[in-house]
Design a protein around this ligand. Structure first.
Ligand SMILES: *Cc1c(COP(=O)(O)O)cnc(C)c1O
Length: 230
């Protein structure tokens, strides 16, 4: 199978899984994580209908996003302060905000470009030392601080689950969904209306994430790697 077939198969499965969970297929957006491939592979996925791509390095984002203006580009990697202007210039959604000082810098970069930058707050639900993100107890404060900036719009939460442990992944996804409900309930009505996204689920665990309420799944290997098998 080539990339186009794999993309279509994953997209169909995401839609079918949403339906099986009693959700509308449009409620779950598939972000094709293209961080390991080049422009030819991105072009193959675009031809198959992909319109959302994820990158974790600013250089890759800067190279690919302008070449595929028909797509929305998602920044899913570690935010380095000095690269924020490059990220903001190219990202439709930043998934990985976890520091208030970065929110302030995103706000300034977005203001300079005349845009409002959509962001998600990354939460370390599982508490693994290797994972980035704010502690669940600190999510509300960062959502409020970022949401107070005029060129930043907080759209929801993002997390990464422990790999290779389905029970831990499910607990992580449920934890993020519960936290999002709690945070949303504390926001003023206009901010709560924007706060609808749950970015969770990757190649190995996206089905469980959809069942737990994911609105965005980030899938790389299942689309772009010949050798990926579940
Ligand atoms: C690489 C990456 C993904 C995609 O992972 P796969 O296992 O290849 O599907 C999703 N989210 C983030 C933050 C990533 O870095």
């Amino acid at each position: 199978m080539g990339i186009a077939e794999r993309y279509r198969q994953v997209a169909d499965e995401v839609a079918a899984t949403a339906r099986a969970c009693g959700r509308a297929p449009e409620e779950v957006r598939l972000v094709a994580v293209s961080k390991t491939v080049g422009p030819d592979e991105v072009a193959a996925a675009v031809a198959a209908g992909a319109r959302d791509f994820g990158e974790n390095r600013p250089d890759q984002l800067m190279a690919k996003a302008p070449a595929f203006p028909e797509a929305r580009w998602h920044f899913i990697g570690n935010i380095q302060s000095r690269r924020i202007p490059d990220i903001v210039a190219n990202a439709s959604l930043i998934h990985s905000l976890h520091e208030e000082r970065h929110a302030q810098k995103i706000d300034r970069a977005a203001a300079a470009l005349g845009k409002v930058q959509d962001v998600l707050v990354e939460v370390n639900v599982s508490g693994e030392a290797s994972k980035s993100g704010v502690a669940p107890a600190d999510a509300l404060a960062l959502v409020r601080a970022a949401g107070a900036l005029s060129h930043v719009r907080v759209r929801g939460l993002m997390t990464m689950a422990p790999q290779g442990d389905p029970a831990a992944a499910e607990a992580t996804f449920k934890g993020l969904a519960d936290l999002a409900r709690e945070v949303r309930a504390q926001l003023p009505a206009d901010a709560a209306a924007d706060f609808t996204e749950l970015s969770m689920g990757m190649s190995e665990d996206w089905r469980c994430a959809v069942a737990c309420g994911a609105t965005i799944v980030r899938i790389g290997r299942a689309i772009f790697s010949e050798s990926f098998e579940e």
